[in-house]
Ligand binder design. Structure first.
Ligand code: SF4
Length: 693
């Protein structure tokens, strides 16, 4: 709602939503004075936001009015990657882009690839008009795997959907396992609920290879080796079975495959688990006892799982294994018990209406091929073949910075450097990816456009109203694709839909749009304890310990313990395992160019345990080289017990050109994929570290 202040008639406040890839999806209040956004704050009326934003977004005006915003269309005039561009008019840029895309599409539209992710989580500026455009064209489809698809596939196999506990219920839990999440840094508003539970006597246990800021504040920290989470889950099951801390009635009524799961769990006694995970046996037993104590007292046990733990070869199966625990304990009976990885499956998003896959019928391509965004490095370099289809000849990038964030940077850069690849990038800034564009098109930020949001960390839908007019010549993503569609001769009426119409279409009648307009958010009507009576949205209606669907695909029907592609102790040359969790002041690669946040972050850092540093004569502040066969990453060492022995933490994701020697952590990550969901394995990466020369 826009509300001018009686005292200051040129001052108003506008309700919006944070667009960033963060589970909290905060409700924003932007103060506008004389047409300029002067302040962005958390909405105190929205219970999850509670008037508080993270440091990154509380400085949002610094990002929107950044002197380096791209505010006019740019055409490349130097070699790819050099960042040499000259301004052109919108007409010149869009006419040329449409003509070039059409020429490629005349041979095979699948040679055109859209590349996008969660630069905005908005349903409208994300995938609405853009999806319509590419469907109508018959372009290749993009498998959007880079963050969450392994965990998503695992949840769908086990629980039936990306759904779980209501986040606010964590405030009433008695034992909270924070598994694979640095909530203090990247799930701040969940952390508030966990703190409330702690104040009321709950025990908090952090499970994470890194001693994160969250681990500092939990009662216990289990620093297991990356990629060993499934074994820990089985070790806990083993103890639950041994001590009969099992809700037999719940298991009998609401689960499938208990006998098989039980048999496998009994293969994982605590000693084996401890050796496999690189932790003390007392930690496995101690955590199981905590669970047993709560079970016996009928107190709710809750698991906040996050995506960090599914970024290894066996990450999908690890999520499956962890997702079995609440059903064994009967935790789902309590509103404050169960598990939450993602709530996004609860939102009634009308994707068919927004994205119009039916437009493919007009494109002449019945079923386009699908390209996995996580293997873009390899796929840009692949020649045409019967198996692959046409060579990728055009790439349209929006809401993403793949040159910085995609794994195996050398391959990614080699692909983007192809002179015969036509690349268009919709952006706010001249990112690493924009440097390789033929055209950079200036896109609006969240303060300048309409959007509608779901969330993966709570269950409120949000509306984002524009607070100010588009800066410079920038246009919303939707408007850019509308104008391209017109030039391509796409006359379907859906290309005329305005942004407010798209916002209304996103939920149709399932969410009251008037409520969104009035309050900025609308609470979904959902049960407080979603699986108290079973009713899992799986084919069997049960929590599927054993998945017939996965077995039919040749996968293990039970959750499997799969070793990393690059397992610890498997390489003499590369003896350290590296994970790359986000730096505190960045969100993926967003905000790296905001000076105050980059200053707070300092330099690209590698946390290394004192023992591992000593054997390499490394001290805090030394410049080091992190390397393997894929590449060499330069950064500063921080000798710290935040890293466990044998594991280094390369905090990401810096822009390459703002890092040291034009590198970032993805120089050394690989394009190998997870067991489920075809996701990248960023945390499954062996390296060596040495003082830089
Ligand atoms: S990044 Fe997350 S915590 Fe920060 S304002 Fe956005 S939704 Fe809230």
């Amino acid at each position: 709602m826009t509300s001018p202040s009686p005292a200051q008639p040129d001052v108003s406040t506008v309700l919006g939503a944070c667009p960033h890839d963060c589970p909290d999806t905060c409700s924003l209040v932007t103060t506008v004075q004389g047409g300029v956004a002067v302040k962005v704050q958390g909405n105190p009326q929205h219970s999850h936001t509670a008037g508080v934003l993270c440091t990154k977004v509380s400085r949002y005006t610094e990002r929107t009015y950044h002197p380096e915003r791209v505010l006019q269309p740019l055409k490349r005039v130097g070699p790819k990657g050099s960042g040499q561009f000259e301004p052109v008019s919108w007409d010149e840029a869009l006419d040329d882009i449409a003509q070039r895309l059409q020429a490629i599409a005349n041979h095979d539209p699948q040679a055109v690839l859209p590349y996008s992710y969660a630069g905005t989580m908005g349903l409208v500026q994300g995938e609405s008009m853009s999806a319509r455009f590419f469907h109508r064209l018959g372009a290749s489809l993009l498998d959007r795997t880079i963050c969450a698809s392994a965990g998503a596939a695992a949840l769908e196999a086990t629980l039936g959907a990306k759904t779980g506990m209501r986040v606010e219920q964590f405030a009433h839990s008695r034992l909270i396992l924070i598994w694979g999440s640095n909530s203090v840094g990247s799930n701040l508003h969940f952390w508030r609920y966990a703190q409330e539970a702690k104040r009321h006597g709950a025990k908090l246990v952090c499970i994470d290879p890194r001693r994160s800021e969250t681990a500092d504040k939990c009662h216990d920290h289990i620093a297991l080796l990356p990629g060993t989470d499934a074994a820990l889950a089985y070790g806990l099951m083993h103890q639950l079975i041994q001590h009969n801390w099992l809700d037999h009635a719940y298991i009998a009524q609401h689960t499938l495959g208990w006998a098989q799961l039980r048999e496998r769990a009994l293969d994982w006694p605590p000693e084996r688990v401890a050796a496999y995970c690189g932790i003390a046996v007392e930690q496995v037993i101690g955590l199981a006892q905590d669970m047993g104590r709560c079970f016996e007292q009928q107190e709710p046990i809750a698991i906040r799982l996050n995506y960090g733990m599914q970024r290894t070869h066996g990450g999908g199966n690890a999520v499956r294994a962890v997702a079995c625990l609440p059903a064994l304990l009967g935790s789902w009976r309590h509103p404050a018990g169960g598990l939450l990885l993602s709530a996004s499956g609860a939102f009634p998003v009308q994707r068919q209406v927004l994205q119009r896959p039916d437009l493919l019928a007009h494109s002449g391509v019945a079923q386009p091929r699908t390209i996995n965004m996580s293997t873009i490095g390899n796929d840009l370099l692949r020649p045409a073949s019967a198996e692959f289809g046409p060579r990728i000849q055009a790439l349209v990038v929006y809401n993403s910075n793949p040159v910085a964030v995609a794994p195996d940077s050398r391959q990614v850069v080699a692909g983007f450097s192809r002179d015969d690849l036509f690349t268009v990038v919709l952006e706010h800034f001249q990112t690493d990816t924009a440097d390789y564009a033929d055209y950079v098109l200036p896109a609006t930020t969240q303060l300048e456009h309409w959007d509608v949001h779901a969330s993966y960390g709570h269950t409120d839908a949000l509306l984002n109203r524009p607070a100010v007019a588009p800066l410079g010549q920038s246009k919303s993503n939707t408007q850019i694709f509308r104008e391209l569609a017109q030039r391509m001769g796409f006359v379907d009426p859906c290309f005329q839909d305005g942004d407010e119409t798209l916002c209304r279409q996103a939920y149709g009648d399932a969410v009251d749009f008037q409520t969104l307009l009035q309050h900025g958010y609308a609470r979904l009507t959902l049960p407080e304890a979603p699986f108290a009576q079973g009713g899992f949205p799986t084919p069997s209606g049960k929590c599927e310990f054993y998945s017939e669907r996965l077995a039919a695909q040749g996968q293990d029907g039970l959750p499997a313990v799969l070793p990393n592609h690059e397992a610890v102790d498997s390489s003499a040359a590369y003896p350290l395992a590296m994970i790359s969790p986000p730096a505190r002041n960045f969100l993926n690669s967003t905000f790296v160019n905001v000076k105050s946040l980059r200053d707070a972050e300092g330099e690209p850092l590698l946390e290394i345990h004192p023992q591992d540093a000593q054997t390499r004569a490394i001290q805090s502040g030394d410049w080091v080289c992190v390397f393997n066969d894929r590449g060499r990453y330069h950064c500063k060492a921080q000798v710290s017990e935040r890293a466990r022995p044998g594991v280094v933490n390369g905090l990401g994701v810096w822009w390459r050109k703002l890092g040291a020697r034009g590198t970032n952590v993805n120089e050394v990550t690989s394009q190998r994929l997870t067991d489920l969901g075809r996701a990248p394995t960023f945390y499954d990466c062996l390296v060596q570290v040495a003082l830089a020369d």
